[in-house]
Design a protein around this ligand. Structure first.
Ligand SMILES: Nc1nc2c(c(=O)[nH]1)N[C@H]1C(S)=C(S)[C@@H](COP(=O)(O)OP(=O)(O)OC[C@H]3O[C@@H](n4cnc5c(N)ncnc54)[C@H](O)[C@@H]3O)O[C@H]1N2
Ligand code: MOO
Ligand SMILES: [Mg+2]
Length: 408
């Protein structure tokens, strides 16, 4: 360490997997978040605090999958059958009279005694209104059995499941008007940098607009977090300590910038002085100086300030941390292998996450992969993973992580 308390020459870089493992372990050992009960429609993006157990058989009774006729197989002898009742969805049928069929519509309960349904396209109504079935019939055909989806007492969704439209629909189908979910994670967002100005203000000499703030605030909202936007923090140690101390009750402080080795990078020093600092130097590009620590007991993740570094480290490290903090087990984005439609002749010692797209089944990359170029990510459909030390030639297989996998 030099006198300013900053790391000196670069030591070994920590592999991305190890950093993720450590972050997840810390999220998993943090105090369990309280739970709250929410109306079903408000639970989008939230995490189930307890398993969803079915209190119903679904469907509650056998019902018809087709518009047609319900009958008993043994009554079908090649002779037309009279229609003894008409059953619509929402009605409770009478037991089927032997030797007859019932007119039935999709979703209607199959009457007791019937054991198959024939669709109306395969039935001929005779002049005397009796119905002739010409196709061969099979036991149970076109009947959706009681409990085919779920039965009473079955676990339908596990605790720790993130709720999206499909899970909300499943809960609705079981009659749940409210769900027990984990409370929102409260995240304070800080943008560090004397050069930063908010959009809408005039730019002075040497200044740039703050883009990381809105990226993180809207991303966190999509993830179901409660966002405390703590604004811009000047590059000053005393101001950094004071602002961190004033943030109040939050579960995570998420900052951008000020984590490298420059003379205006103070986050690490503030953490070391009033908490604990793990400045990891990750084998990741962009995003090397990602910082994790505590300030007076509150977890802090310091994302590197370059906009593409902020994006990549949030997607691959902070997002999984926040999900695991809420009890989600599956926190890794799904990805798949595709052939590279580009060459990468000079690999470094960091794993690279290039902003890329799919074209004709191959991954192609944005022309400028500088960590300062956010436009690369706006152009991209995903992150193309290039392993450390690996020279790529066209056609080599690379891992592709769709951005849609990490944005929600
Ligand atoms: N001597 C060394 N210098 C640097 C190293 C190194 O190893 N040795 N690492 C480089 C790498 S890699 C990265 S990444 C950056 C990370 O720096 P910081 O996280 O300390 O970020 P800043 O220096 O504060 O800012 C970096 C860059 O990003 C711009 N920025 C910051 N915040 C925002 C924002 N909210 N919106 C838009 N743009 C932002 C800032 O103006 C800088 O251009 O360090 C390298 N240096
Ligand atoms: O790790 Mo930095 O984000 O490459 O510029
Ligand atoms: Mg810096």
């Amino acid at each position: 360490m030099n006198p300013a308390g900053k790391p000196g020459k670069q030591g070994a870089l920590m592999p991305v997997e190890e950093a993720l493992e450590r972050l997840l372990a810390m999220a998993g050992s943090a105090p369990i978040l309280e739970r709250e009960r929410l109306p079903l429609a408000a639970a989008q993006g939230r995490v189930l605090a307890e398993a969803l157990i079915s209190s119903l058989d679904l469907p509650p009774w056998p019902n018809s999958a087709m518009d047609g006729y319900a009958l008993r197989l043994e009554d079908w002898r090649g002779e037309p059958l009279p229609v003894s009742q008409r059953i619509f969805a929402g009605q409770a049928p009478e037991p089927l009279q032997p030797g007859t069929c019932a007119r039935i519509f999709t979703g209607a309960p199959v009457p007791a005694g019937a054991d198959c349904v024939e669709m109306q396209e395969n039935a001929q109504v005779q002049d005397d209104q009796r119905v002739l079935f010409s196709e061969p019939l099979q036991l149970g055909q076109n009947i959706r059995p009681q409990g085919q989806e779920t039965t009473v007492g079955e676990e339908v969704l596990a605790a720790g499941t993130r709720l999206g439209p499909i899970e909300q629909g499943l809960a609705a189908s079981l009659g749940c008007a409210e769900l027990e979910v984990v409370r929102r994670v409260r995240v304070a967002v800080l943008s560090t940098g004397d050069e930063l100005v908010e959009p809408g203000q005039p730019l002075g000499p040497g200044q740039i607009y703050n883009s990381n703030r809105v990226v993180l605030c809207s991303w966190l909202q999509r993830l179901g977090c409660e966002v405390l936007d703590a604004g811009i923090l000047p590059d000053d140690l005393a101001a950094t300590r004071q602002r961190l101390a004033e943030l109040g009750e939050v579960d995570l402080i998420l900052s951008t910038g000020g984590v490298s080795v420059g003379e205006a990078d103070f986050l690490g020093i503030a953490l070391r002085e009033e908490g604990e600092l793990a400045l990891w130097k990750l084998a990741i590009k962009p995003g090397k100086p990602l910082t994790f620590g505590h300030f007076r007991g509150v977890p802090v993740i310091g994302l590197p300030g370059n906009p593409a570094s902020t994006l990549v480290t949030f997607a691959l490290l902070a997002r999984p941390y926040l999900l695991r903090r809420q009890g989600v087990q599956q926190v890794q984005p799904l990805s798949f292998q595709v052939p590279a439609g580009f060459v990468w002749p000079q690999p470094g010692n960091r794993r690279e996450y290039l902003r890329g797209r799919l074209e004709n089944g191959q991954a192609i990359i944005y022309r400028n992969q500088s960590s300062g170029v956010l436009r690369s990510a706006a152009w991209a459909e995903g992150l193309v993973e290039v392993l450390e030390g690996r020279t790529l030639v066209q056609g080599d297989r690379v891992n592709f992580i769709p951005l849609s996998e990490v944005l929600d």
